[in-house]
Design a binder for this molecule. Sequence first.
Ligand SMILES: Nc1ncnc2c1ncn2[C@@H]1O[C@H](COP(=O)(O)OP(=O)(O)OP(=O)(O)O)[C@@H](O)[C@H]1O
Length: 291
Amino acid sequence: MEHAIELQNVHKSFGGFGIKDLSLQIKKGFVTGFIGANGAGKSTIIKMILNLLQPDAGEVRVFGMNYKESEKMIKERIGFVFNDDMLYGELTLLEMKKLIAACYRKWDDTLFHHYCDRFELPLRQNMKSFSDGMKMKAALAFALSHHADLLIMDEPTSSLDPIFRRELMELLRGVMLDEEKTIFLSTHIMSDLSSLADYITLIQEGEIVFSKALNEIEEEYAIVRGGAELLDKDTEQYFLSIRRSDNGFEALTADYQTVEKLFGSEAIIERASLEEIMYYSRGGKVDAAFN
Ligand SMILES: Nc1ncnc2c1ncn2[C@@H]1O[C@H](COP(=O)(O)OP(=O)(O)OP(=O)(O)O)[C@@H](O)[C@H]1O
């Protein structure tokens, strides 16, 4: 399968934070949700994919091309949305549009005006005075108006009201009806992903924990609760993280079926949500004690 994005053995360090030897492949034609705690490295990786930051070592390829040889061709095919004030000076939306449209061969002015209408954006108002949500909508209108094959979005929904968030999810599902399109989006709002994402990539302290199909995650991961007597060297190996208390333990497994066979009705075994997977895998290996 062709990959829309490939990172190979990428290193990047800033003072105390480091990404070491990270490799990641994002499938073409699907939506991948990129999740991880604050400071895990999501924006850093997204910036490297967009060539806004260069890795210290390793390689970033988009549609099989690298920026050194094919920067213009790659950028032409990407639409990006940042939760950031990076775009807006003293310009109106129309003035900004003129600058951005000039960068893309496939710029579609009709489509841009369609999105501005749909998002109720004022064309002649200084963008500096836009609310956070309006800025995000403007960034979306720009990203969606040049027929990009790959949409990369860094927390696109964080400043949006719940109504528009739902509309955006609907809109993105519409984009994905074209099987050639790919979306890679980071978010802290897990419910956005349940109806949209095909794959989930979880990052923790600069390391990829997994990159998997959402339905596999739903089938494999579970939270197990039981008495301390159930834990020993043999059973502990099925857990990614164990939290012990005076009353017993709670643990995360990525092997639902085996654990169910092993413990049967002796333990409570429930499918894990993405929030729970993030929470329990925080701090990594076995024996994160709690009380
Ligand atoms: N330009 C920079 N200089 C120094 N440190 C940086 C720089 N950019 C990011 N970092 C550090 O890298 C780490 C990862 O930051 P990053 O913004 O990639 O995380 P994130 O997963 O996107 O977090 P959040 O969910 O809070 O947006 C943080 O510790 C951050 O302080």
